[in-house]
Design a protein around this ligand. Structure first.
Ligand code: C2E
Ligand code: CA
Ligand code: CA
Length: 683
């Protein structure tokens, strides 16, 4: 491995390689290397102090270098590597270390680099490394994948971050390359884990109650607000890992050939669930690339439809363009359509192939990719969306927008003339078991949400313009009381500005963050050192009751998720875990317990504001009960500190605007507890 020889990184090194001479990321460790490192005179202040600082690792990999070697010979691949190395070195910030990691990847280790700066750097490296490379008389356009990961503060070993960054880079490549990915813990799966997971998936598929399950997300007609179809999305309730999303096991299923039985199961289960609804409309099922190779596909589908007494037009299949466009797919698509099953093109706009191959666009509908919907405020993206919608209109193909998360996005989707939509703004995917209830309720929900809230409509922001609304309007948008919102503003959880008259105004962007139903990042609450018996006893005896009372207090008329039956089990599990943690003074599982509760709330479409408020009310209620229980002062203090930390967890969104005012911790706590009493006092 070559580690920037000129700066003397190499001596005393740390790298080891396998038999083929491939350096393993795990064995690369920074401390030895940087231990012998002395910074160039010019930049003494940049000297990394490793002991306390966090460390960012970036892995830049060249996509399909193998193809370059095959097509143009090994020298060409060498030249690509050398050029990329030189370009990266030219952009390498002082005080960081660059090394070739594998045959086609480079690693950059940067001590003392914060998240934002690291992501900026990743993007910058991505840009320079993606520039075309001139080789002989060829102009080669290379694509690179970048993975980014961090070592927690205090960590001085680079192995963890480097391994994570390499995993993220690998994932970037698996997702088609040409992108930057931040490490997500799941990518760190070892070969052993994936082997185990494969066995478990095999068993899950073989047994009727193996944990595979379908969630359904409604598709809403925008003119009426009526749910016209539901999309089936597969989930796996894993015995020890909990709820797994498709991205966690579908790639594995595709690699191992388990995808075919899985998809067969999905089609059958989707038909069964649809048939059991009081008013079955239509179910949309996703199919993978392999599905169309299966000669039995169409007869299987016909069989399932017959078995459940469904009409063919009650089923539609969603195919991505990479699945649909190859010539061999055409025959199967024709078969499906002549059976009467609709074929929808999924994720339109995330690639461009369909534009150039529109003669093959024999489909019954398009789904505008959530990646487009998320960026509709960007004029270029809006232009592309318009192009897609216009083309679809010419071909008389209806368009559904997917991934609509906010009222502002919905408004842009409407302005394009799109007829239906799905997304968190309406309803998150829900478990099959609650689908009927959700649909019964959803008439009102989706109709209300299909109508753009008057406040937002009145303030369509021009690009780049931040809009602010009054306290009353903001509270209405979030569905919380004005006094709660004022308190949150004082705490600095929501940023606000004052008008010259002293009135608070709230930024719409900040409010929409609070109104989201997606999962928020959790910050770990600071925890007491030992057991807190009083709190443990209180939780064990009355935890669930206190939690459900807090949940009910959140809503006026229509109870949201926390106050519904679906929340009971998750709340019980959460309070039980809490009680045990306080009893034994063992808090390591607390974060997981909280995360599980919040995941359930996310799945049940509870907004971030609801989740915040629940934790706050629950902690305040516990606090006031504890005061009455007259426990020793020290224990009270420990309990209160933990409770107030708990009530802050969901709010401590790491992405909160940096401009939010900082309030000293002590004042914040005192303020909240006082308010908490007021709010939970029986009225
Ligand atoms: P997809 O077909 O594009 O499905 C939409 C994904 O977006 C779903 O993720 C859904 O939960 C999520 N989603 C829904 N509303 C929103 C929103 O407002 N914002 C955002 N950001 N996301 C939203 P999920 O369920 O994790 O599925 C991911 C992908 O996995 C699907 O993407 C689909 O390609 C694949 N998949 C899911 N179920 C199946 C299946 O049964 N068979 C096959 N072959 N693929 C499946
Ligand atoms: Ca889909
Ligand atoms: Ca999609």
């Amino acid at each position: 491995v070559r580690l920037d020889n000129r700066r003397g990184f190499v001596e005393g090194a740390y790298a080891s390689s396998d038999a083929r001479g491939v350096v393993k990321a795990d064995h690369l460790s920074l401390p030895t290397a940087l231990g012998s490192w002395s910074p160039p005179e010019a930049e003494p202040e940049r000297r990394p102090s490793l002991a306390r600082e966090s460390l960012a690792a970036l892995v830049v990999g060249i996509d399909r270098l193998r193809d370059v070697a095959d097509a143009l010979g090994p020298q060409a691949a060498e030249a690509v590597l050398a050029t990329t190395a030189a370009r990266l070195e030219a952009r390498r910030p002082p005080g960081t270390m660059l090394a070739q990691l594998f045959g086609d990847a480079f690693a950059l280790l940067a001590p003392q680099l914060g998240r934002v700066a690291a992501l900026d750097l990743a993007r910058e490296l991505y840009e320079v490394a993606s520039q075309p490379i001139a080789i002989a008389d060829h102009e080669l356009s290379v694509s690179v994948s970048v993975g980014v990961a961090f070592e927690a503060a205090g960590g001085i070993a680079a192995q963890g971050a480097l391994r994570d960054a390499a995993a993220a880079q690998h994932r970037a490549q698996q997702r088609g390359g040409g992108r930057v990915e931040l490490f997500e813990p799941e990518t760190g799966e070892s070969a052993l884990e994936s082997l185990r997971l494969e066995g478990e998936l095999r068993r899950a598929l073989a047994s009727p109650d193996g944990g595979l399950t379908l969630f359904f997300q409604p598709v809403v007609a925008l003119d009426t607000g009526i749910v016209t179809a539901v999309e089936a999305l597969v989930r796996w309730i894993h015995p020890s890992l909990g709820l797994l999303l498709p991205q966690r096991f579908l790639p594995l299923a595709e690699r191992t050939g388990l995808i075919a039985p899985l998809e067969r199961w999905v089609i059958g289960e989707a038909c069964r669930r649809l048939a059991s609804l009081p008013e079955p409309q239509r179910v949309l099922v996703n199919l993978s690339t392999n599905a169309l190779n299966d000669t039995r596909l169409v007869s299987d589908i016909a069989e399932h439809l017959r078995a459940h007494d469904l009409r063919p037009d009650q089923l539609a299949v969603e195919l991505s363009e990479s699945t649909l466009l190859p010539a061999h797919s055409a025959a199967r698509v024709t078969e499906l359509r002549s059976l009467g099953v609709a074929v929808l093109l999924d994720d339109v706009g995330s690639g461009y192939a369909w534009l150039t191959r529109s003669e093959r666009l024999a489909v019954d509908g398009l789904k505008l990719s959530s990646s487009i919907v998320a960026k509709l405020a960007v004029p270029e993206v809006m232009g592309l969306a318009r192009l897609i919608v216009d083309a679809a209109a010419k071909l008389a193909i209806p368009v559904t927008a997917e991934g609509v998360e906010t009222a502002a996005q919905l408004e842009l989707v409407r302005s394009l003339g799109i007829s239906s939509a799905q997304g968190l703004h309406f309803l998150a995917p829900v478990p099959a078991a609650t689908l009927a209830d959700v649909l019964a309720l959803s008439g009102a929900v989706s109709a209300a949400r299909a109508a753009v809230p008057a406040v937002l409509a009145a303030h369509t922001p021009a690009a780049g313009e931040e809009r602010a609304v009054s306290l009353g309007q903001a509270a209405k948008l979030l569905g919380i009381s004005a006094s709660t919102l004022r308190r949150w503003a004082e705490d600095g959880r929501v940023s606000s500005v004052r008008t010259s008259g002293g009135h608070r105004r709230f930024y719409l962007s900040d409010l929409s963050r609070l109104n989201q139903t997606s999962e928020a990042r959790l910050r770990r609450p600071s925890l007491p050192d030992g057991p807190v018996p009083g709190l443990a006893a209180l939780l064990a005896a009355d935890g669930l009751e206190i939690a459900t009372a807090a949940a009910r207090s959140l809503y006026d008329e229509r109870p949201g998720w926390f106050a519904r039956a679906a929340a009971l089990d998750p709340l019980r599990a959460f309070t039980t875990e809490l009680a045990q943690a306080f009893e034994h003074g063992r808090y390591e599982r607390l974060g997981d317990a909280l995360r599980r509760l919040m995941l359930a709330a996310t799945v049940g479409s509870a907004t971030l504001a609801e989740r915040h408020l629940f934790l706050e009310r629950f902690a305040a209620a516990l606090d006031s009960r504890l005061i009455k229980a007259s426990r020793p002062a020290r224990e009270q203090t420990a309990a209160r500190r933990t409770l107030s930390a708990l009530s802050l967890t969901q709010l401590a969104d790491c992405d909160a605007p940096a401009s939010a005012p900082r309030v000293p911790a002590r004042r914040r706590r005192a303020g909240r507890l006082r308010d908490g009493h007021r709010e939970t006092a029986p009225s």
